[in-house]
Design a protein around this ligand. Structure first.
Ligand code: BTN
Length: 323
């Protein structure tokens, strides 16, 4: 019902409660209740005195048919399921909970308009207001040997950055291991979750959050410099961007399976924002590591030079110091 209501309001025009009720087959009072529920999710609905309701801004709902239409034929062949929810706790948690086996080579994708418990890396919350950004997770089966080879999280970031670049976003860059930056601010993030028994195969869930339009109010909860696509001047359809990201991730998984991380090194180096910069690497309960970033090792670890020695690090959070 709420999906239908949003569709009727999506173009931003004023709709009377009576006509909304008639088209939805519910009373005006019921329309009002649904409008209140949408407002509680963070959708900006204005009541126009004596005339009805309208969205503060036109809104493009996520629609399965439109996302499917943007998928390449070979990607559609690999798609086990594409689900779109109005609200979820977290698209990644949803796919982690789903126990149905996923045959090798197939992917399962889930998107949500709103996440009540969107997760970022290192236990952070991912701010997920209603209907303005992209919250997408993709589950795939990967062999233990490929996982052990390392680098999947970097590869996922390259795939998302390339999808954005292909849509005309210039100056997109990556901060190890998988933060996507634009003009010095975080635009998108990737979260990798693993599930499976030792010996594999493993189910990997790649969670992608891209800021398309964040209000100042929603962004108050973000504790790092952030940006969104609306500030870059690039206007994108959310459904098309979702399809691009799925196409790019599926192709990256295929290449990663076939050739591993080395196949992505050129692309990584082009997008890398960290190499040559003074960095601080924070690691849970360990002293901070400082030095100069010297690229990545063959397993995707960050190389840091300190006191004339270069060592690689596989976990932690990098912050850049201007040198
Ligand atoms: C980061 O901290 O940079 C990673 C952010 C990942 C956010 C996405 S949104 C879709 C998916 N569902 C989640 O709960 N998190 C990821």
């Amino acid at each position: 019902m709420r999906d239908r209501l949003i569709e009727l309001l999506a173009d931003g025009s004023v709709q009377s409660g009576q006509s909304l009720g008639r088209r939805l087959g519910i009373s005006r009072a019921a329309v009002w209740k649904h409008i209140q529920a949408l407002e509680a999710l963070g959708l900006d609905v204005h009541a126009v005195r004596g005339r009805g309701y309208r969205l503060a801004e036109p809104f493009e709902p996520l629609q399965q048919a439109r996302v499917l239409a943007g998928l390449e034929a070979r990607v559609r062949e690999r798609l086990q399921a594409l689900e779109i929810f109005l609200q979820l706790d977290s698209t990644s948690d949803y796919l982690k909970r789903e126990a149905t086996p996923l045959p090798e080579g197939r992917v399962r994708v889930c998107l949500a308009e709103w996440q009540s418990a969107g997760r970022g890396r290192r236990g952070r919350r991912w701010v997920s207001p209603y209907g303005s950004n992209l919250y997408l997770s993709l589950a795939a089966t990967v062999s233990e040997s490929h996982l052990a080879a390392g680098g999947l999280s970097l590869v996922s970031a390259v795939a998302v950055a390339e999808a954005l670049r292909a849509r005309g976003l210039e100056g997109v860059g990556l901060k190890w291991p998988n933060d996507i930056y634009h003009q010095g601010r975080k635009l998108a993030g990737i979260l990798l979750d693993l599930a499976g028994e030792s010996g594999g195969p493993y189910r990997v869930v790649i969670g992608v959050g891209i800021n398309l339009k964040l209000s100042q109010c929603a962004a108050r909860a973000i504790d790092q410099p952030w940006t969104d696509l609306s500030r870059s001047g690039v206007r994108l359809s959310r459904c098309e961007l979702a399809a691009d990201v799925i196409n790019s991730l599926v192709e990256a998984l295929r290449r990663f399976d076939a050739h591993g991380l080395p196949d992505f090194l050129n692309a990584w180096n082009q997008l890398d924002l960290v190499t040559g910069r003074a960095v601080e690497l924070r690691h849970e309960q360990e002293p901070m590591i400082t030095g100069i970033a010297r690229g990545i090792d063959p397993r995707g670890g960050l190389l840091i030079e300190h006191d004339g020695k270069t060592r690689s690090y596989h976990a932690g959070e990098v912050s850049l110091r201007l040198s």
